[in-house]
Write a protein that binds this ligand. Structure first.
Ligand SMILES: [Zn+2]
Ligand SMILES: [Zn+2]
Length: 325
């Protein structure tokens, strides 16, 4: 079993939900049901209790992936605050945090990570960037935040990773590989022997074919789920060359071709409204429907004839892969 939980799903900058946003979402639901509907309130409640997600928020990148025995965190966006609070309250003392890169939106949550201030806690950082220790410590320079590094109470260790060399933590194996992002961003393929997930943001996916991906190609093979960089609409993507982010239909195209079973769209643009994120997700699902025929036999072979599942993930979303045993 692998459980994926997204604690932060916005890219670049946190985006708070607003009163206006909440009201417009509920108003739209009521319009969809119709004011004259005889069971209008029941229908509204069913919609609110249903699967469709209204508000995407939220916090910047933070993902927790857990197996039966272990829990690992990816990135320290503002979503880390809630992740840390939950784990700390559950009595966790030893933490493993993997960093994709050091852009602000991926480290800004660390000063609000409760375990950092408890001397009985141990925090292990794993990073490919050699400069990571320096730029994590700089958060506590006493100028940008009042606490200084020497006053962070937890025992902290930095583990330098080598690209393409896997590391084992309990029953999890983590493979660092290369993404396409200014200054470098490193993805991780997480496996527990029966299931697999790829952290695939922040990346522009300038390299897509087997030849272009080269050594990185194998990390997309026989894959249960990918957290995919879905920051821009296709038009915007084309106009933001070298900005380091991607678009949902590139993700669904890759998934269709390589047989990736779940595409979790994340790193939503801070300028994108909740409505726009849902629309982008619908467009990506349509992209799967329109292009499925070309890959029909592959997907029948995977016993998933409708092709990859596509979800625009939000803060608090969970996906459980495999059996819980
Ligand atoms: Zn980012
Ligand atoms: Zn970045």
């Amino acid at each position: 079993m692998l459980r994926v939980k997204t604690w932060g799903t916005r890219g670049s900058l946190p985006r708070a939900s607003s009163d206006e946003c909440f009201k417009s979402q509920v108003s739209q639901l009521i319009d969809d049901i119709g004011l004259d509907h005889p069971d209008g309130l029941k229908a509204l409640k069913a919609k609110l209790d249903g699967d469709e997600h209204l508000v995407f928020g939220g916090n910047t990148s933070c993902v927790e992936i857990s197996s039966k025995n272990e829990s690992v965190i990816f990135d320290m966006g503002t979503g880390l605050r809630d992740a840390g609070t939950k784990l700390y309250k559950n009595g966790v003392k030893k933490y493993h945090i993997f960093l994709t890169h050091l852009h602000w939106d991926h480290i800004m949550g660390f000063p609000f990570f409760l375990p950092a201030y408890d001397p009985s806690c141990e925090i292990n950082f794993y990073h490919v960037h050699k400069i990571a220790p320096e730029y994590v410590k700089i958060l506590f320079n006493g100028v940008n935040f009042p606490v200084k590094w020497e006053d962070v109470g937890a025992k902290i260790e930095f583990h330098q990773l080598k690209l393409y060399e896997p590391v084992n933590i309990s029953d999890l194996t983590l493979h660092p590989f290369s993404l396409d992002h200014p200054g470098g961003s490193f993805g991780y393929r997480v496996e527990n022997g029966s299931n697999s997930v790829v952290i695939g943001y922040d990346s522009e996916y300038k390299r897509l074919t087997k030849e272009e991906l080269g050594k990185d190609y194998i990390y997309y093979q026989d894959l249960d789920a990918i957290l995919f960089d879905a920051q821009y609409e296709m038009q915007e993507y084309a106009s933001k060359f070298d900005w380091g982010h991607c678009t949902p239909t590139i993700g669904t195209g890759l998934a269709l071709r390589e047989g990736i079973r779940n595409v979790l769209l994340t790193h939503h643009d801070p300028w994108a409204s909740d409505h726009m994120i849902r629309q982008m997700s619908e467009n990506a699902k349509e992209h799967v429907r329109v292009n499925l025929l070309e890959y029909e036999s592959k997907w029948r072979g995977l016993s998933q004839p409708a092709g990859p599942n596509v979800v625009a993930v939000y803060d608090g979303y969970e996906l459980v892969l495999g059996e819980d045993s």
